[in-house]
Write a protein that binds this ligand. Structure first.
Ligand code: ADP
Ligand code: MG
Length: 325
């Protein structure tokens, strides 16, 4: 690194995020020293975002800082964990002060909102790449896993899937949109909201959970494979946002909702006896029952496997939507 690496760490990456009493040593020593409450398990997640792959070149630095942390907090949420600490490994093409201050602000704002302390990291030179490792805590028996779904469970999703992929399509000029719909969909790609409160509320209720990062149908297939079950989705129950409905015709809406990535909503299963409790959850987000878990392997949308021949316009996503993978 050119001279300035240490000033950059001091200026942009020190005392960022929440001030937590369980951090005995943060940025500045060889490693971070933290204490976790007795009886809690640590949940560790790491995700990388690469310019050009996970966000377009020239994407606002604030959005990059937000996204790099949000995708990790989403993984913690999907485990039912309470976020606590994060490490930031950043590779930068240059020390651009303006870019760094935007990046740090985006990350700091989200970290404070969820009580996360930035306790360390690494700073190197190269093509813009950001890796965050986030850690949280959960009583071991309360952790939400992909593997717990059973035949007969209901299948639920939070929020309105498909919006983020539509937002990216708008950003890249592939989908025309104006006014409020345009703003709302762009915001869903630019500032994904990790469903941390929902993940915590689902402890003891959900039998399995996964966050939707690569597209609902694909992530549902992962949950089903981990649980050794299949799933039936009723496409009429998919909660589509007003914005998505106003910019995309019916087939394309479904393709965005089922195949589009980057939503960071939670997809979860629960016994039918939990419907009233789930309906009463105040997790700040709409929850919708979109189908059920079956013994027969595989994912079915209206009885048919999702795919190019499913009649849902999946061709739009052949080759895979750009997702954090
Ligand atoms: P070392 O050579 O021991 O790894 P570094 O010079 O890489 O130390 O880092 C010095 C301190 O700054 C360490 O505490 C490290 O965790 C922290 N640090 C470095 N880069 C970042 C960053 N991007 N974000 C947060 N902390 C960082
Ligand atoms: Mg280092």
């Amino acid at each position: 690194m050119p001279a300035g690496e240490f000033e950059v760490i001091e200026r942009y990456f020190t005392r960022r995020g929440a001030n937590r009493e369980d951090v005995l040593a943060g940025v500045g020593d060889d490693g971070a020293l933290v204490t976790a409450a007795a009886g809690t398990a640590l949940v560790l997640a790491t995700d990388t975002v690469v310019e050009g792959a996970h966000f377009p070149a020239g994407f606002d630095a604030r959005f990059v800082g937000h996204r790099a942390l949000a995708v990790n907090l989403s993984d913690l949420a999907a485990m039912g964990a309470e976020p606590a600490w994060a490490l930031l490994a950043i590779t930068l093409p240059a020390l651009d002060q303006h870019w760094l201050s935007g990046f740090a602000a985006g990350l700091d704002t989200l970290a404070r909102r969820y009580g996360v302390a930035l306790v360390g990291g690494d700073t190197t030179r190269g093509p813009l790449t950001v890796t965050i490792t986030a850690a949280g805590t959960v009583p071991p028996r309360c952790a939400l896993m992909r593997a717990g779904a059973r035949a007969g469970d209901d299948l639920w999703v939070s929020g309105t899937p498909g919006d983020a992929a539509a937002g990216l399509a708008i950003l890249e000029g592939r989908l025309p949109a104006q006014g409020r719909a345009r703003d709302a969909l762009l915001a869903r790609f630019q500032l994904p909201q990790p469903r941390v409160a929902l993940g915590l509320a689902l402890r003891g209720i959900a039998t399995a959970c996964i966050d939707v990062s690569d597209g609902l149908a694909g992530d549902l297939a992962k949950l089903c494979a981990a649980s050794g079950v299949g799933a039936d989705v009723d496409s009429r129950e998919l909660p589509l946002s007003a914005g998505l409905c106003s910019v995309a015709p019916p087939d394309a809406r479904l393709a965005y909702a089922l195949g589009g990535g980057d939503d960071y909503e939670l997809l979860f299963t629960a016994g039918p006896g939990e419907r009233a409790r789930i309906a009463a959850l105040d997790a700040g987000i709409v929850l919708r029952r979109i189908g059920s878990i079956a013994e027969a392997d595989g994912v079915r949308i209206d009885g048919k496997p999702p795919g190019r021949d499913a009649g849902h316009g999946f061709d739009h996503f052949a080759g895979g939507p750009p997702g954090p993978g």
